[in-house]
Design a protein around this ligand. Structure first.
Ligand SMILES: C[S@@+](CC[C@H](N)C(=O)[O-])C[C@H]1O[C@@H](n2cnc3c(N)ncnc32)[C@H](O)[C@@H]1O
Ligand SMILES: [Zn+2]
Length: 281
């Protein structure tokens, strides 16, 4: 566990600050009541015993995501987020990625913000095994985005939320008053060539409107822009992009293989997301 980030953490149960024990194997809250293991892979487990982990990305999903991102297919999204970090004006604070997956976007963002440390938060230990190694200035924490986050008030200059769950009140609490929330959501055009052909989950047209409304009690929308590009995907890439996304939960593998085999190889596929910036209220 990266020691620079321990000063950003708080106990998810009682809210007291967390400190590293001298043997560096556990984090302990300063109220003295709660301890949390640091896994030998480098992430700390801050989940409550009764946490529901059913939405955590599986080992296969994480492997697919890692392969797809490492191949650079979503590089324009990583570059757009890194530009946010470079432009962030908040005086101090970390970059906190909520639902960080493998830490891919966090790592790119930290490269663009050489004075900041980062936190990758996710409920999937498979994702965090990778996130713990994603960047020398990042720490990785298993936690539930729907529960109080194990991060101190106003500790973040920039909060990232990329294709991942979000709890607006907690995102607001951990963000510095002068900080920025950057949310990446797919548009209805995202992977459209695959959605119909493979029976994937659809994104509705008014996702951005609903996002603004959900965040409205805590955030005001700042500028938003679309990041669109074309992916040139072979059949293996198509299986990978389906396997890393939410449709992986709902698709029969044999049926999927048959449908992919019927597609052109390679296939031009639209990637299109909205990068929305928000300011704390
Ligand atoms: C579609 S993936 C996106 C990961 C990463 N942001 C990226 O784009 O590469 C969604 C992530 O949210 C995580 N997740 C799902 N439910 C969660 C929860 N309740 N709390 C925290 N993370 C959660 C999953 O484990 C997964 O890593
Ligand atoms: Zn505690």
């Amino acid at each position: 566990m990266l020691h620079d980030v321990v000063a950003l953490l708080r106990c998810p149960h009682c809210g007291a600050d967390l400190a590293a024990a001298s043997d560096a194997r556990v984090l302990r809250c300063t109220a003295g009541r709660h301890t949390f293991d640091i896994a030998r892979q480098g992430y700390a487990n801050l989940l409550a015993g009764d946490a529901r982990t059913g939405t955590a990305d599986t080992a296969d999903m994480v492997a697919a995501r890692d392969a797809f991102l490492q191949a650079g297919h979503y590089k324009p999204i990583a570059e757009a987020l890194a530009a946010e970090a470079a432009a962030s004006e908040a005086p101090s604070g970390a970059v906190v990625d909520v639902g960080a997956g493998t830490g891919h976007y966090l790592a790119h963002t930290l490269d663009a913000a050489p004075d900041r440390v980062g936190l990758a938060l996710d409920i999937s230990k498979y994702a965090l095994r990778r996130a713990a190694k994603a960047h020398p200035r990042a720490g990785a924490l298993v936690c539930d985005a729907w529960r109080p986050l194990p991060v101190r008030d106003a500790a973040a200059a920039l909060v990232l939320n990329v294709f991942a769950p979000r709890n607006p009140a907690e995102l607001r609490r951990i963000l510095h008053p002068g900080g920025t929330l950057a949310v990446v959501t797919p548009t209805a055009a995202h992977l459209a060539e695959l959605v119909g052909a493979l029976g994937l989950l659809r994104v509705d047209d008014d996702k951005k409107t609903r996002l603004d409304a959900a965040l409205a009690p805590h955030f005001t929308p700042d500028r938003a822009h679309r990041v669109g590009f074309t992916l040139d995907l072979g059949h293996d890439d198509i299986a990978t992009v389906v396997g890393m996304g939410p449709s992986a939960w709902h698709t029969d593998p044999a049926e999927l293989r048959t449908r992919i085999a019927a597609l052109p190889d390679p296939l031009a596929v639209t990637a299109e997301v909205t990068l929305s910036r928000y300011r704390p209220r």
